[in-house]
Design a protein around this ligand. Structure first.
Ligand code: NAD
Length: 242
């Protein structure tokens, strides 16, 4: 893809936030929630992804989450994930704020990642947390209690410590690049707009328009992989002299 002349030169910014949603991982084969192939077309969230369902029938909820762990665990980070990790390694300050629960940014090498909606690979029980990529995950403990996926389910609140860090990164950045989010899940949907308070440049990468597109300075209609390839080209070269 020829470089769109509206794309900014990443090397001209001091603090960059990549704000990602399910479309970021679509090219890895992870289904998005909405749109074509969306997982909620097959599974009702009320039966498999909320606290009431877990309290009622943890086994059924785990059957669904083990199914998801299997699907996602077979997926690899795509070129876009790797380019964002390369940007973090090359540029002064890059943060990923993601709505995704798949862990693919970290697998690609990103280190400063805030997962607004938790992770498919972390479980918790009371105050204990554990990381496991096992599929299936043996969720019933010897004491009879169940590990719960450490995911923000429908009806849950976001973790305040994660939100605080994410908002801090967003309000202090001078460039925010939003990738592959439909911007309909709150409060995440509005978060990128906080970057404007600091005069940041806002770029949206999505094949489709979203409800917040009009608030962005630059909207690039394309897929994560192709647009990030153009956006991150030449990252290892010296900055352009202006
Ligand atoms: P969404 O499913 O609501 O929307 C996906 C967006 O990605 C759409 O706007 C679509 O146009 C765009 N898109 C599709 N293919 C793309 C591509 N190749 N490149 C760029 N954009 C592309 O996703 P959302 O906004 O993240 O919100 C849904 C919720 O679903 C989030 O809370 C998230 O936690 C969860 N979710 C996570 C995963 C994951 O971890 N990978 C997958 C599905 C859903």
């Amino acid at each position: 893809m020829a470089r769109d002349p509206r794309l900014p030169d990443l090397r001209n910014f001091e603090r960059i936030v990549f704000f990602t949603g399910a479309g970021m991982s679509a090219e890895s084969g992870v289904p998005t929630y909405r749109g074509k192939g969306g997982i909620w077309k097959e599974y009702e969230p009320q039966r498999y992804a909320c606290q009431a369902a877990f309290d009622r029938d943890p086994e059924a909820v785990w059957e669904f989450h083990n199914y998801r762990r299997g699907l996602v665990g077979a997926c690899e980070p795509n070129a876009g994930h790797r380019l964002i990790a390369q940007a973090e390694a090359t540029l002064p300050h890059v943060t990923v704020v993601t709505q995704n629960i798949d862990g693919l940014h970290q697998l690609a090498g990103s280190e400063r990642v805030y997962e607004l909606h938790g992770s498919l690979w972390w479980v918790r029980c009371g105050s204990e947390r554990r990381f496991s990529r096992a599929v299936p995950f043996d969720a019933q403990r010897p004491d009879g209690k169940w590990w719960r996926p450490d995911i923000v389910w429908f009806g849950d609140s976001l973790k305040s410590e994660v939100v605080t860090k994410a908002i801090d990164a967003i309000t202090r950045c001078d460039l925010l690049v939003s990738i592959g989010t439909s911007a309909v899940v709150y409060p995440a949907a509005q978060m990128p707009l906080l970057a404007q308070q600091n005069g940041a440049t806002l770029v949206e990468i999505n094949p489709d328009e979203t409800p917040v597109s009009k608030a962005y300075d630059i909207c690039i209609r394309g897929t994560a992989g192709e647009v990030l390839t153009a956006l991150c080209a030449g990252l290892d070269e010296a900055p352009a002299v202006s």
